[in-house]
Every structure is written in structure tokens, then in C-alpha cells.
Design a protein around this ligand. Structure first.
Ligand code: PLP
Length: 388
């Protein structure tokens, strides 16, 4: 047998392992210090009541002969795909039910979508960004071009005439920078890609965090996007489904023959998200569920606002926080890992060094809004005391 040689080109998952190692070493040497984690990339608020109740009753249904269900439809149950269509409709976007594919989370689909593309494609990936885009293209042996996201473009790179790529990754609101494209900027990408035989893979995992009504939560809010973009969504960060696992991907039928190819791929390699999970997800889109998750996101956004306000008071440049759970700050006169060590040792606060997300992340640092308010407040007070 021959193994996939591309795996030898993968970099080790160094970032979070190194964060954990340095944090554990510091704690061991200073057992009396209470470390606060503002590097958390996972949600901390439990599932909303509507989802739990729907899950419990779906489990009961699975235990009764009359209501038991085995394999479900490849694209997901219609009660959920229709709920997704309505969810878009409320935001002024029309999609067809046949364009929705229920997934077990955005990561799975963002990674697996490469199955329907030729490995000879060139992928354009922002730097810094969610590492899965880069790593999956390395695994596939695709050519990769990076596009700089930096302070001068507000961490929102735009296309230019000389740029050539087949698959373009956009993530908005962005992980790790928290930056959000406006409609004109997304239009520039859509115009660039449309008719050029390329495709945009738009990761909208954090769309629910967008507060500013003028900012797009879906790329389909931009005219022409349905001819050039696939959109990936998730209930992970929006409804606390990181452990439950459910998301959805929209593959428009006006996008070459990609809808048919993705259905073919899914029906061969995927047997659907579980009935129970899909019932829970559908409950999130109901009126009660929407209200409950909005309340939960409100808690995170209060944390984000506090972190952002603290950095503004300190005169520290940062993006994110207003429409995203991530705050991306410029390390005052330091490299990312030096700033990590300083915050850990002097404020006993842990964040994530930006350098770990790409070369343009050097000198920057990610804080997240996923801790509770009391600890977030305490952390901001400590940061003020150290950097003020
Ligand atoms: N996309 C982005 C930008 C993310 O930051 C994450 C998770 O952190 C995901 C996708 C993964 O989401 P899921 O839990 O739905 O797989």
C-alpha cells in the first residue's frame, strides 16, 4: 500500500498544544494562581430548553414502534430543511429546499466539499484564518495561495485584477480576527468570481453574532452569489451544538452542477445526521428556540463588548467583538508568543497567539467571549492593571 504523501506535508497541530503546555507549566510552578481562560474556542452555555425538550421527545419517538425512524433522507428531514429555508426567508434571502444539505457540523462539510473538486485546483485562503481550509487542501494535494489579511485591509482582503484562483475561501465573521465583510466588499468577491469558473466557499459559522443590520449574515444577500458561492452554516456556536453536532450547507442549483455532485457525494459517503439531532436543530429555528439562543448569544456579546471596551480604553488596536465572539488585538510592541507569556505570567490570563493562525497573525492575539461574565470581567481588570 502507498500512503497519502500529502500528510507528510502537514504541520503539527502545534498551536493549542503549546498553549496548553505553557499554561500547565505555569500553573504547576504557581499552584496558588487562578488562571482565567479567554482563549476558549468552545461554547460554555448549555443547550437551550427548546432543543433539549425536542431531543427528549425525539428519543421517546425512537423507542416506540409507531414513531421509530431508521435511515433518514440524505439531505436531511424536510422538517429541518424547510426550517432552514424559512430562517433565510426571514432575513430576505430566498433559497430552495432542494439546495439545503443538513450536516453534522460546518467543519465536516467545509473539509468534505473538496471531494467534488479536482485536486489540480488552486485554493485561495486568507491568512490568518480557521486552519481547516489550509490543512484540507494540503491533504488533497491542491495548490494553495494565501491572501494577506492585515491591519491595512482591516483583516478583510479583497480581490485584485492579477489574482487567479479556482476555489476561494471566505470566513465572515472571521475566526480568528472577528472582522466582518460588508455587502460592497462581498460584492467585489462575487463580481470577481462570477463568470470566471471559480467558486467561493463561504463559511458563515458565526452569522448569528452579526448585530449590525447593515452587515450581511449570508453571502446570498449579495446579488449573483447564487451563481458562484456555497455557504456553510453551523448550530455549534449559534446554539451550543458543538457536542451535539449539526449544521447545514447551501449548494445553489444555479451553481454549475455542484448541487447534484454534492448530493451524489453525500449519498455515497454520508448517512445523515441523526433524527434526534435534527429534531433538536429544528426546535432551535422555532420561535422559542430563536429567542432562547438570542439570549445566550447576548451573554457572549456582553463579554465581547467588555473586552473590546477595555482594549479601547487601553488604546490597543483591535478588530471584532461587535459582531463576533472573537476579539483580535495588536500585541503592544511584542510578538504573539511573548505577549502570551506576559499575559499568562502577569495577569494569569490565557489567550491564543495570533501567529498560530498564519504568518499575518504574528504580533496579534485572539481573545474570545465564551467564558462567563464574572471571569471575563475579572480578566479585563487584570489586563488593565498589567497594560494600563
Ligand atoms: N468554521 C469556523 C470558522 C469555525 O471557527 C468553526 C469552529 O470553531 C467551524 C467552522 C466548525 O464548526 P462545527 O462545530 O459546526 O464543525
Amino acid at each position: 500500500m502507498k500512503i497519502n504523501k500529502n500528510y507528510a506535508k502537514m504541520k503539527d497541530g502545534y498551536l493549542f498544544a503549546e498553549v496548553a503546555k505553557r499554561t500547565a507549566e505555569y500553573q504547576k510552578a504557581n499552584p496558588d494562581k487562578k488562571i482565567i481562560r479567554l482563549g476558549i474556542g468552545d461554547v460554555t452555555i448549555p443547550l437551550c430548553k427548546a432543543a433539549v425538550e425536542a431531543g427528549v421527545s425525539a428519543v421517546r419517538e425512537q423507542g416506540e414502534a409507531d414513531t421509530f425512524r431508521g435511515y433518514g433522507p440524505y439531505r436531511g428531514y424536510e422538517f429541518l430543511t424547510n426550517a432552514v429555508v424559512d430562517y433565510y426567508k426571514k432575513r430576505g434571502v430566498t433559497i430552495d429546499e432542494s439546495e439545503v444539505f443538513v450536516s453534522e457540523g460546518a467543519k465536516n462539510d467545509v473539509a468534505n466539499i473538496l471531494d467534488i473538486f479536482d485536486a489540480g485546483n488552486t485554493a485561495l485562503i486568507p491568512d490568518p484564518v480557521y486552519p481547516v481550509y489550509y490543512d484540507t487542501n494540503v491533504m488533497n494535494g491542491a495548490k494553495i495561495k494565501l491572501i494577506d489579511a492585515n491591519k491595512s485591509n482591516g483583516f478583510l482582503p479583497l480581490p485584485h485584477k492579477k489574482l487567479k484562483a479556482d476555489i476561494i475561501y471566505l470566513c465572515s465573521p472571521n475566526n480568528p480576527t472577528g472582522a466582518v465583510y460588508n455587502k460592497e466588499q462581498l460584492k467585489a468577491w462575487v463580481d470577481f468570481v462570477r463568470g470566471a469558473g471559480a467558486v467561493i466557499l463561504f463559511d458563515a459559522a458565526y452569522e448569528f453574532y452579526v448585530r449590525d443590520p447593515s452587515l450581511p449574515r449570508s453571502i446570498y444577500e449579495v446579488d449573483g452569489a447564487k451563481e458562484c458561492a456555497i455557504e456553510f452554516c453551523s448550530l455549534s456556536k449559534t446554539a451550543g451544538f458543538t457536542g451535539v453536532r449539526c449544521g447545514y450547507t447551501v449548494v445553489p442549483r444555479s451553481l454549475y452542477n455542484l448541487n447534484a455532485l454534492w448530493l451524489r457525494r453525500q449519498s455515497t459517503k454520508f448517512n445523515g445526521a441523526s433524527y434526534i439531532v435534527q429534531r433538536m436543530a429544528a426546535a432551535v429555528f422555532g420561535p422559542e428556540g430563536q429567542k432562547q439562543i438570542a439570549d445566550n448569544i447576548g451573554v457572549y456579546m456582553k463579554n465581547a463588548a467588555l473586552i473590546s471596551e477595555t482594549l479601547s480604553d487601553l488604546g490597543i488596536f483591535h478588530t471584532g467583538g461587535a459582531n463576533s465572539p472573537y476579539i483580535w488585538l495588536e500585541c503592544p510592541g511584542q510578538k504573539s508568543w511573548d505577549f502570551f507569556d506576559l499575559l499568562l505570567s502577569r495577569a494569569n490570563v490565557v489567550g491564543t497567539p495570533g501567529a498560530g493562525f498564519g504568518k499575518c497573525g504574528e504580533g496579534f492575539f485572539r481573545l474570545t467571549a465564551f467564558n462567563n461574565f464574572a471571569e471575563t470581567k475579572q480578566a479585563t481588570e487584570r489586563i488593565k492593571a498589567v497594560l494600563g
